[in-house]
Each structure stands twice: as structure tokens, then as C-alpha cells.
Design a protein around this ligand. Structure first.
Ligand SMILES: Nc1nc2c(ncn2[C@@H]2O[C@H](COP(=O)(O)OP(=O)(O)OP(=O)(O)O)[C@@H](O)[C@H]2O)c(=O)[nH]1
Ligand SMILES: *[C@@H]1O[C@H](CO)[C@@H](O)[C@H](O)[C@H]1NC(C)=O
Ligand SMILES: *[C@@H]1O[C@H](CO)[C@@H](O)[C@H](O)[C@H]1NC(C)=O
Ligand SMILES: [Mg+2]
Length: 232
């Protein structure tokens, strides 16, 4: 029998406005790297909505979008296995696109998510104001017991700060969730945030067998009718 390489699988999700740094936060945690070039996650999946007869399949660590046998885009998730309280926990972390027109696709990712990192940019007041909108979105679309966490990213840019730390702390307190100020660029509190989120999920997870590795992103508004198959 094949030996299990992990004890538990947690599905996590990053959400928040475009440009707040979700992809960078994930990349810092998974690859310990940072890139200043802004390639919005939208750009890679834009054809998805416009292409007809789209097909989607999962292969290795990427969901591929295929239309008329041509690959038109992909959605990334990253895997990182951590050890907490003697348990090997496989974190499957999904990145989402922050732009408005992709919100119907984004919400279909909420299903099955055990933890959600809600990200704003401390140098962008609008991204903070929109946090309450994202919180309502989570209430509407995510599992009731999903573990939420608020991140105020880009805290390396103190000179450009427009959202005081106290305002982040306040909204987090009001919603009973944890809050960290992070910097993907300067590597501040990124690992701590992910590990804390994983610990909080672990705390309320009954001891049982690992979940299925198959992740179903089909269903939900905007993506009904997609067919999926796994390549392995
Ligand atoms: N100074 C600083 N810049 C950052 C930080 N994190 C991200 N950035 C920059 O902010 C821009 C946007 O980052 P992304 O991670 O692509 O933003 P996103 O939230 O994934 O945006 P969408 O994919 O459009 O939803 C990029 O130019 C990054 O280099 C940070 O911690 N500090
Ligand atoms: C905040 O939300 C509004 C309305 O949903 C949207 O138009 C705006 O682009 C969002 N802000 C950012 C920075 O994405
Ligand atoms: C980033 O922070 C983590 C956690 O503190 C640390 O293990 C890692 O070495 C840091 N990476 C760099 C490039 O300094
Ligand atoms: Mg992105």
C-alpha cells in the first residue's frame, strides 16, 4: 500500500481587490520569492468567460482551460505541506482574481474552502473599504464554519500608508477574526499568517482520514456546465 505523505488536507483561498498582493503573498509563502511586475491574475483567465464550449481539466498543480482543443488559460493553486502538532498538513492554496467582472467565478471557489485569507492593501483606502463587501460575499457563498483571516498587505510601504493599523484591528475584532499586517515584498508575517490559519482550522478539525485530493471547482454561478477530469 502506498504510504500517505500527509495526514490532513486543508483547502485555503485568497480573496480581495485586484492589486492588493494576493498572488505575491501566495508566492512568498510557497516559493519564498517576490516579483515586482504586476501581472493581474485576471489576465490569465480572461478568455475563460469569453470562450464558448470551454472545457477544464486538472493536471498536477494547475487547472487548465481548454477551448476547441487550444489551451486558453489556467488557474493556479499552490501546495505546501507543513507540520503542526505532529501532523503533516497539506495546504492547497487557491489564488483568485480580484477584478469585479470575475467575481462570479471567484465565488465558485468558495465551496469547500476551509480557510479564507481576505487581503487589502494598506496604501489603498478603497481596497480596505471593500473588505466589508468581501466579508458579505463570504457569508453568502462560503461554508458557514470557514475560518477567516484579515491581512493588511504591503506594510513595508509605511510612507504610503493610508489605512491605520487600528482600523484593520477594529474590523477584524468586529467580525471575530484574526488580523495581521503583512508584506510579501519584505517577507513580514506571511508564514506566520498561513501557519496561524492552518492551526485554527486544525483546532476545530475532528481526527479523521485525509480528504479526497480531488478538488471540484465546477458548479456555482457562472461556471455550471463545465466538465472536469483529472489527468492522473
Ligand atoms: N511594496 C509591496 N508591493 C507589493 C506587495 N505585495 C504585492 N506587491 C505589488 O503589488 C502589485 C500587485 O500584486 P499581485 O500579487 O499581483 O496582486 P493581486 O491581489 O494578485 O491582484 P489580482 O491578481 O489582479 O487580483 C505587484 O506589482 C506587486 O509587486 C508588498 O508586500 N509590498
Ligand atoms: C471595490 O469595489 C467596487 C464595487 O464593487 C469596485 O468597483 C472597485 O473596483 C473595488 N476596488 C478595487 C480597488 O478593486
Ligand atoms: C522569509 O521568512 C520566513 C519565516 O520567517 C523564513 O523562514 C525565510 O527564510 C524568509 N525568507 C527570506 C528570503 O529571507
Ligand atoms: Mg493575482
Amino acid at each position: 500500500m502506498a504510504k500517505k505523505t500527509y495526514d490532513l488536507l486543508f483547502k485555503l483561498l485568497l480573496i480581495g481587490d485586484s492589486g492588493v498582493g494576493k498572488t505575491c503573498v501566495l508566492f512568498r509563502f510557497s516559493d519564498d520569492a517576490f516579483n515586482t511586475t504586476f501581472i493581474s491574475t485576471i489576465g490569465r483567465i480572461i478568455l475563460l468567460k469569453e470562450a464558448n464550449a470551454i472545457r477544464e481539466y486538472r493536471c498536477h498543480e494547475r487547472v487548465h482551460m481548454v477551448c476547441n482543443n487550444a489551451e486558453v488559460g489556467g488557474i493556479d493553486f499552490k501546495i505546501k505541506t507543513v507540520e503542526l502538532q505532529g501532523k503533516k498538513i497539506k495546504l492547497q492554496i487557491w489564488d483568485t482574481a480580484g477584478q469585479e467582472r470575475f467575481h462570479t467565478i471567484t465565488t465558485s471557489y468558495y465551496r469547500g474552502a476551509m480557510g479564507i485569507m481576505l487581503v487589502y492593501d494598506i496604501t489603498n483606502a478603497k481596497s480596505f473599504e471593500n473588505i466589508s463587501k468581501w466579508l458579505r460575499n463570504i457569508d453568502e457563498h462560503a461554508n458557514e464554519d470557514v475560518e477567516r483571516m484579515l491581512l493588511g498587505n504591503k506594510c513595508d510601504m509605511e510612507d504610503k500608508r493610508v489605512v491605520p493599523k487600528a482600523k484593520g484591528e477594529q474590523i477584524a475584532r468586529e467580525h471575530g477574526i484574526r488580523f495581521f499586517e503583512t508584506s510579501a515584498k519584505a517577507n513580514i508575517s506571511i508564514e506566520k499568517a498561513f501557519l496561524t490559519l492552518a492551526e485554527d482550522i486544525l483546532r476545530k478539525t475532528p481526527v479523521k482520514e485525509p480528504n479526497s485530493e480531488n478538488v471540484d471547482i465546477s458548479g456555482g454561478s457562472g461556471v455550471t456546465g463545465w466538465k472536469s477530469k483529472c489527468c492522473s
